[in-house]
Design a protein around this ligand. Sequence first.
Ligand SMILES: NC(=O)c1ccc[n+]([C@@H]2O[C@H](COP(=O)([O-])OP(=O)(O)OC[C@H]3O[C@@H](n4cnc5c(N)ncnc54)[C@H](O)[C@@H]3O)[C@@H](O)[C@H]2O)c1
Length: 438
Amino acid sequence: MRKPQRIPPASGRLGVLLPGFGAVATTFVAGVEAIRRGMAEPTGSLTQMNTIRLGKRTEGRTPLIRELVPLAELDDLVFGAWDPIPDNGYESSVRAGVLHRERHLDPIRDFLAGIEPMPAVFDTGYVKKLDGPNTKRGASKRDLAEQLRADIRAFKAKHGCDRAVMVWCGSTEVYVRPGEVHASLAAFEKGMDENHPDIAPSQLYAWAALMEGVPYANGAPNLSADFEALEDLARERSVPIAGKDFKTGQTLMKTILAPGFKARMIGLSGWFSTNILGNRDGEVLDDPESFKTKEVSKLGVLEHILQPQMYPELYGDIYHKVRINYYPPRGDNKEGWDNIDIFGWLGYPMQIKIDFLCRDSILAAPIVLDLALFLDLASRSGLGGIQEWLSFYFKSPQTAPGLYPEHDIFIQHWKLKNTLRWLAGEEQITHLGVEYYE
Ligand SMILES: NC(=O)c1ccc[n+]([C@@H]2O[C@H](COP(=O)([O-])OP(=O)(O)OC[C@H]3O[C@@H](n4cnc5c(N)ncnc54)[C@H](O)[C@@H]3O)[C@@H](O)[C@H]2O)c1
């Protein structure tokens, strides 16, 4: 592949457009503002905090990632959102109950209240547990998607943005298998004209973004830009896309632990994962069709990491089960239990129990920030289509057709950093290291 020459600087404002202005999106937006005002640290964000080693260990070159590649500054970010629920950023973040009201929301109340969600393209057939009045009307799905394009243009003009990115932070839509209508751009566009039932709202946002040259990432597990029609469009127009389903909480833990078991050739007979959560996301996932979308996304990781076909005696017979239980008293403060049945030398069994008292949106917010800045970097670097190097952030990484996804978080991390080195014209790091002993 052609090596990028000089990456244009990230000058001017970057619009960050968020379909879905619930817990994750408001925690992200409020967090960025709190960080801009010096009230908090960007914990969990690689673009803000992580360093990157360059050259030999003896060279002592370890800049911050944001010193190596030109990323947009937090001060240059401007936020826009769509949501069928008309709550402004302050009302929505108070309702989400993630951030401390007196400590983190009230001091930036005016800023948050100033972000009003635009009317959404929304369909209760796709998200059955929610409804809201702040929606668009249109003669066809094409018409609705064209209205989204007009929103994007109007937003950029109003806020003087040179560039924009879109990150889907909307609810998980019901499970849809890619069909004929998703197989080519022509079929998809005809389907929009004819209101094809398998074209979900999130797909219309993705199409609108790509048509406007706006990179698109999908933070939820539903089918959105991960099918041929939109992958072709992204490649043709050289617009970056990435997905899907933010890797937070339980799956993050799974993709940290499973590579360790495999690295040590420790066997696995079962992994039972259950969750209780009480936020709006939990309510949406209480619907079996939305849960099915999430389940498929969560179950895939072990198989790809452990490669049972190569190690049938260690991983050929795993019982993997994932449950999500809506339990309102817990709010956004989810509890995820894992019972892991492993076996070692001579097949002797052992168990590991994990009880992760996590905060979903606290884990997701820095991912939204990093995706926004890295997608914008990819766009300025001339990288269009699927951005596999951003797999690090997703439960179901999007890859080229026929290529299995890398789920191992350590491989993903290495891939991300090597891509940054490559973009900056630096050497890849192999960790071979024999030269230190010659
Ligand atoms: N928090 C996490 O750790 C995490 C991890 C992975 C994935 N996700 C996914 O991220 C998404 C957001 O999570 P959340 O906790 O913020 O949920 P949330 O319910 O608080 O917010 C989602 C918002 O999307 C809105 N929405 C639904 N359909 C829409 C549409 N067509 N257009 C515009 N807005 C729409 C809803 O009204 C709601 O306000 C969910 O799909 C969730 O599954 C979250």
